[in-house]
Design a binder for this molecule. Structure first.
Ligand SMILES: NC(=O)c1ccc[n+]([C@@H]2O[C@H](COP(=O)([O-])OP(=O)(O)OC[C@H]3O[C@@H](n4cnc5c(N)ncnc54)[C@H](OP(=O)(O)O)[C@@H]3O)[C@@H](O)[C@H]2O)c1
Length: 246
């Protein structure tokens, strides 16, 4: 098992990629703390993990609320691994972008992630080991219509990943990111619709299909675990080849 005797905090773990990551990490022996707003979803995943013999608990928290972020950081102060997966992705054309959604995107994806990561990184550095993996998107690597603000929030996280990886290099803490391509989660089906996803699968990805949450989780596991002990500061595209098309 890759993560025995490790504790991991995974945000947005009640659904989609975060849920798949929490289940995979628990199977690899980690004690998992799941965070998100919907306690019922988190509780269901905790029960699923426990039914398999794993160890998990949850903290209900809204990362767009700084008081909740501080409370979450305190409750998870001793974690060895942080997976910043929580995020929202309301797409909008430039003409239709509202100030409310602009602020909500930055408050959730960037400010919440920043002020959760900052104290946990410092605690990991003080202990001399740790791994942070942040989930970004290929929309911060490639131009994508209607994803300007969303892609901008994730580009900020990619930049923070590089900056933190250098600031904390030498402390035993590594900081990386995974940039998923289109991955079939309920949330993405809601935003894009089944038909557009199928079209994307046929024409968008050289590999000829869209991703599964478990495939993103495997990449997160690689970067979180000591298997990637010489890797820091990277943003790994897990996208069926989408970003290789140039
Ligand atoms: N699926 C894809 O194709 C794809 C592609 C590229 C990147 N991503 C990224 O992958 C991550 C997971 O996406 P997903 O597809 O798995 O969608 P998802 O199921 O909606 O996952 C997002 C998670 O974030 C949590 N969350 C949202 N706002 C939050 C807040 N204010 N505070 C705490 N938790 C919050 C949600 O839980 P609650 O609602 O319970 O809070 C949810 O569990 C996101 O960061 C997304 O940008 C996804």
């Amino acid at each position: 098992m890759e993560l025995q005797n490790q504790t991991a905090l995974i945000t947005g773990a009640g659904s989609g990629i975060g849920q798949a990551t929490a289940i995979l990490f628990a199977r690899e022996g980690a004690s998992v703390i799941l965070a998100g707003r919907r306690a019922d979803r988190l509780e269901a995943v905790v029960k699923e993990i426990e039914a398999e013999g794993g160890t998990a608990r949850y903290v209900a928290a809204d990362i767009s609320d700084l008081d909740d972020v501080r409370r979450l950081a305190e409750e998870a102060a001793g974690v060895d691994i942080l997976v910043n997966n929580a995020g929202i992705f309301p797409f909008a054309s430039t003409a239709d972008q509202t100030v409310e959604d602009f602020d909500r995107l930055f408050d959730t994806n960037v400010r919440g992630t920043y002020f959760l990561t900052a104290p946990l990184l410092q605690k990991m550095a003080a202990r001399g080991s740790g791994s942070v993996v942040t989930v970004t998107t290929i929309a911060d690597i490639e131009g994508m219509p209607n994803a300007g603000v969303y892609g901008g929030t994730k580009a900020a996280l990619a930049s923070l990943t590089r900056s933190w990886s250098t600031e904390f290099a030498g402390t035993g803490v590594r900081v990386n990111a995974v940039a998923p391509g289109n991955t079939k989660t309920d949330a993405v089906v809601d935003v894009l619709g089944e038909q557009e996803l199928e079209e994307w699968a046929r024409t968008g990805n050289p590999i000829g299909r869209i991703g599964r949450p478990s495939e993103i989780a495997e990449a997160i596991l690689f970067l979180a675990s000591s298997r990637s002990s010489f890797v820091t500061g990277v943003e790994l595209a897990v996208d069926g080849g989408y970003t290789t098309r140039g």
